[in-house]
Design a protein around this ligand. Structure first.
Ligand SMILES: [Zn+2]
Ligand SMILES: [Zn+2]
Length: 357
């Protein structure tokens, strides 16, 4: 469609072109009676070598909307990992915990698939609710039956919140359970007293002989990253909007420490968070001159390496995906409402789909 800019440039191309050197998008148009190629200003694109696919390995999609799923798929997110967590207010019975775990393993996985995104889970008792001992004990008893479901990639989020004795007790019990089931672990490091809580968690993991190469320590900052890397863990970084750990600072960390084992995630949930944090981080890193191969590690390959250890998550799941068919039902229900047209698509993903608004 032709459009004219203020400076007389008129966009005459119906299709976007890729720059052969860097892969950035170009628009063909005319200015002052000459054909001109200009960078496409409508959206930001990644150099092709950085990849066209992202994994968001920490996303509480149960709290997000179908618009979020659509935007993530459009931006190139092919897979999400949903860790079990606290839902904003304490659960009072085992039944509500069981239903929650069943929902993230069942309906949420179905819902993600209706938008072309693969969905995996980490199963666990979160540290906040470990402080209700009767509930914690009952949840711990049912965890093994959920942990063996097909889309489970790890136990998580485990760790400390206020670092109480009960949190310590259930962290240790779940580390032993992960060892028994041969599952990796996703650790939630505490937001308060972060450094002490992070070091203590790694000490406890070491005491139980848990292999750091099978463990993600999540929610890192500059004050924890060096030790987490030195001890052989995968450090996760949750990119929350308007906070210290914005993607600017992760770019500096990658520049300083290199990309090995570093993992970006959105940790999006019911709070102020951004489900596009991972692709946006990739774009910013590209703009700041981080090498394409490093971006790919931080936003895709490192997460696949550690969460793929158990074999439940596999590149073939999205490289050779099932088609989207929104006529599908989950226990008799679809994601559509009154008269909406279902999307039915053959699987397809190309650089031209990747658009981060
Ligand atoms: Zn967390
Ligand atoms: Zn979380």
């Amino acid at each position: 469609m032709a459009s004219t800019n203020g400076d007389g440039f008129s966009d005459q191309s119906s299709e976007k072109l890729s720059c052969p050197c860097c892969g950035s998008r170009l628009v063909l148009g005319r200015a002052a009676n000459e054909s001109v190629l200009r960078p496409d200003q409508d959206a930001r694109y990644l150099p092709a070598a950085a990849g066209t696919v992202f994994i968001d390995p920490h996303a509480h999609m149960i709290s997000r909307t179908t618009d979020d799923y659509e935007a993530m798929a459009r931006a190139g997110v092919v897979a999400v990992i949903e860790p079990s967590f606290w839902v904003g207010q304490p659960r009072t019975s085992l039944g509500s915990y069981v239903d929650y775990l069943s929902t993230i393993l069942g309906f949420e996985k179905f819902r993600a698939g209706q938008f072309g995104i693969r969905h995996y889970c980490c199963i666990g008792l979160n540290p906040k609710e470990a402080n209700n001992e009767a509930l914690a004990e009952a949840v711990f008893e049912v965890l093994p039956q959920f942990a063996v479901k097909e889309s489970v990639v790890a136990l998580g989020e485990l760790g400390y919140d206020e670092q109480t004795p009960l949190e310590d007790k259930y962290l240790r019990k779940q580390i032993d359970l992960a060892k028994e089931l041969d599952l990796p672990i996703m650790i939630h490091t505490p937001h308060r007293d972060k450094r002490r809580g992070t070091l203590r968690t790694m000490d406890v993991l070491a005491e139980h002989g848990f292999d750091p190469a099978r463990c993600v320590m999540d929610h890192n900052t500059e004050e924890t990253v060096r030790e987490v890397l030195d001890r052989g863990y995968f450090p996760g970084f949750s990119i929350y909007p308007h906070t210290k750990m914005g993607n600017e600072r992760l770019t500096d960390i990658v520049r300083q420490y290199g990309p090995e084992r570093i993992i970006a995630n959105s940790a999006c949930d019911w709070g102020v968070s951004d489900p596009l944090a991972v692709p946006k981080t990739a774009v910013l890193m590209a703009e700041r001159g981080i090498a394409a191969d490093a971006i790919r590690k931080v936003t895709y390959a490192n997460a696949l390496a550690v969460y793929g250890l158990f074999g439940a998550i596999n590149e073939a799941d999205w490289m050779d995906p099932a088609p989207i068919d929104q006529r599908s039902l989950f226990q008799g229900n679809s994601v559509l409402r009154g008269g909406q047209t279902p999307r039915i698509e053959a699987p397809r993903r190309s650089m031209d789909d990747l658009r981060i608004a």
